[in-house]
Design a protein around this ligand. Structure first.
Ligand code: ARG
Length: 226
């Protein structure tokens, strides 16, 4: 069976340089996840500020956005964006992917940011206002910096969630890590080795990233203890 295993590993990774498919697949997985979390952060900050604003309309718009996005599957959102919204537009599939995952992530990040803003002590706002700052200035230079620092760990977690969640891009394209496994499968009819391989790759990458994130988090907590 050792020979059999070596043969299967050979046809999964070595023949025709197929290992390159896995490298590029991992590249796309990480690229889409990174762009998604950045887009999600922009949308999330905007939605959180709208959610906390005095305007009823702004509050309602962001409330509906968060509700609909969190109440429907990522997969359905991706399919709608690809087959309906971008149906007649020529655009790279990974871009469609990060737009869809970014819009999805934005709803979750909005709640994270809102929590972060509310976690900043009200005294901070009062201090800013009593120094003569406007509400906007207080938010921008006192509250938001502290809020963003508080939500960094949750954002790192969201990035890890996205690394796994972006596998859904397989519905529209075979470009990510799962796509690499599927390409090999379709040629070799071997399911076990490619799938087990990408499971290991996902696991190792996520382990590395979450270890780094918890180190950063610990460092930040230490820096806070003066
Ligand atoms: N997989 C679930 C869904 O399809 C959860 C998505 C979570 N997404 C996130 N960016 N936190 O709705």
């Amino acid at each position: 069976w050792v020979v059999d295993l070596l043969n299967r590993l050979n046809s999964t990774f070595v023949v025709d340089g197929r290992w390159q498919w896995f490298v590029s697949g991992l590249g796309y997985t990480l690229l889409i996840s990174l762009f998604s979390v950045l887009l999600g952060l922009v949308i999330g900050i905007l939605m959180a500020l709208m959610r906390l604003s005095k305007s009823k309309i702004l509050r309602a718009v962001s409330g509906i956005y968060i509700d609909i996005i969190r109440g429907t599957p990522t997969m359905v959102q991706l399919l709608i964006i690809y087959f309906v919204i971008f149906a007649n537009v020529h655009i790279d599939k990974w871009v469609v992917g990060f737009i869809a995952f970014g819009i999805n992530s934005g709803a979750y990040i909005a709640e994270i940011v809102r929590g972060g803003i509310l976690s900043v002590n009200i005294g901070q706002t009062e201090a800013g206002r009593s120094l003569g700052m406007t509400h906007k200035q207080t938010m921008a230079s006192i509250v938001m910096p502290q809020a963003m620092k508080n939500i960094l760990p949750a954002l790192g977690n969201e990035f890890v969630v996205l690394i796994k969640e972006t596998a859904v891009i397989g519905m529209i394209a075979n470009i990510d890590l799962v796509g690499a496994a599927r390409k090999v499968q379709s040629l070799t009819y071997d399911y076990l080795i490619p799938l087990l391989s990408i499971a290991v790759i996902y696991y190792v990458v996520i382990k590395i990233i979450s270890t780094l994130l918890s180190k950063v988090e610990k460092g930040m907590r230490k820096a806070d203890k003066r």
